[in-house]
Ligand binder design. Structure first.
Ligand SMILES: [Zn+2]
Ligand SMILES: [Zn+2]
Length: 269
């Protein structure tokens, strides 16, 4: 586990927990030009803060195989920003700055409705949790980020946020896929490591309960995401595991139904 951000005192729900001005604000749809130009203007101390955030260095492989596309994407941006005659250190700095932005930037909208991204070194130390104890917002005229307590927080608790609220209602495997692909990270919070209610199916043994998959904890060396085949299934009512051939049949039915639904949605567009 990396560094964590801990509460220095107790907070009640709704309390302001952290407020930080951006280290760097940049236009993020210009292929990295604005980001690198502004990163180059940072002081030595500010550069250290920038490069202290999670990122890849040239030659690094992302933690997860599904995030491998990131390296090529960053290289492409760096080549468009840095001249081919640039020094190795200039190339390296641009690569690292673009990588920091890829994994840590927060979008925000300014008063002029221009869409910008910001980098917040302290706030970026908060870990992700699907059941986070803080919510955050960057909706402020000055571009600061604010964390608010979503529930009671005790002194010493680690501060967590939900990186992307759009993922909250998804089944575990889908959340993991998006996290690994977008942030080279996979959450191991209580919700992620417990039974996945979003993927539950009717228990055929007691007919009353819901059989839910629980996925094994990820080993630090694993680069592949778990699949549904790695799960252990148990009913929340009778506590029994489903009979394997029955489970396989039910999963095929769910998968066929999902395909049909997606086809209906697709044909209505
Ligand atoms: Zn989680
Ligand atoms: Zn049951």
């Amino acid at each position: 586990m990396g560094r964590v951000l801990r509460a220095t005192r107790a907070f009640a729900p709704g309390d302001l927990v952290l407020r930080e001005a951006p280290l760097l604000v940049f236009v993020d749809d210009d292929g990295g030009h604005d980001l690198v130009a502004k990163a180059l203007k940072l002081s030595e101390e500010e550069r250290l803060k920038l490069l202290d955030m999670y990122h890849l260095r040239p030659g690094d492989d992302p933690r997860f195989a599904i995030a491998s596309y990131v390296t090529e994407k960053i290289e492409k941006k760096v080549r468009s920003v840095v001249s081919s005659r640039a020094s190795e250190s200039a190339y390296r700095f641009a690569f690292e700055a673009i990588s920091v932005a890829k994994f840590n930037a927060h979008d925000f909208t300014t008063a002029s409705d221009q869409s910008l991204s910001g980098l917040f070194p302290l706030a970026s130390l908060a870990c992700h949790s699907c059941d986070a104890n803080c919510t955050f917002t960057t909706m402020s005229p000055s571009g600061v980020i604010s964390y608010y307590a979503a529930r009671r927080i005790s002194e010493g608790d680690s501060i967590s946020i939900l990186y992307d609220g759009r993922n909250a209602g998804m089944p575990t495997l889908q959340r993991w896929k998006l996290m690994a692909k977008g942030r080279d990270f996979m959450c191991q919070c209580l919700r992620c490591t417990g039974p996945d209610a979003m993927s539950g199916i009717k228990c055929h043994r007691c007919q009353e309960g819901v059989s839910m998959p629980t996925f094994p904890r990820l080993l630090p060396s694993t680069r592949e995401l778990p699949t549904i085949a790695d799960a252990t299934w148990l009913c929340d009512t009778c506590g029994c595991a489903p009979e394997p051939s029955m489970l396989a049949k039910q999963l095929t039915e769910v998968s066929d139904l999902t395909t049909q639904l997606l086809n209906v949605v697709g044909s209505n567009r």
